[in-house]
Design a protein around this ligand. Structure first.
Ligand code: ZN
Length: 78
């Protein structure tokens, strides 16, 4: 099986977690959803396609904003 140069995740759940984490760290992050790669069989993030429902919920209910603020604070204290 070919290996991709893109960051890969073994399961969809791990990819979705990474997707949300990426948005928390960089609000301008463009990755919107995850997909299973035909080449390597692993999961990658992509900015193509509709927002993943979990990411959409996290944006809409303020989780991303809240976590981003916490993340910024952590960085300041370091
Ligand atoms: Zn791949």
């Amino acid at each position: 099986m070919a290996s991709c140069s893109k960051r890969s995740y073994v399961t969809e759940n791990l990819a979705v977690d990474a997707l949300i984490e990426a948005r928390i760290r960089f609000l301008s992050n463009s990755a919107s959803t995850v997909y299973c790669c035909d080449d390597c069989g692993m999961w990658h993030l992509t900015s193509r396609g509709d927002l993943h429902p979990k990411l959409k919920t996290a944006i809409e209910n303020g989780t991303i904003q809240k976590e981003n603020r916490a993340y910024q604070w952590e960085r300041k204290l370091r």
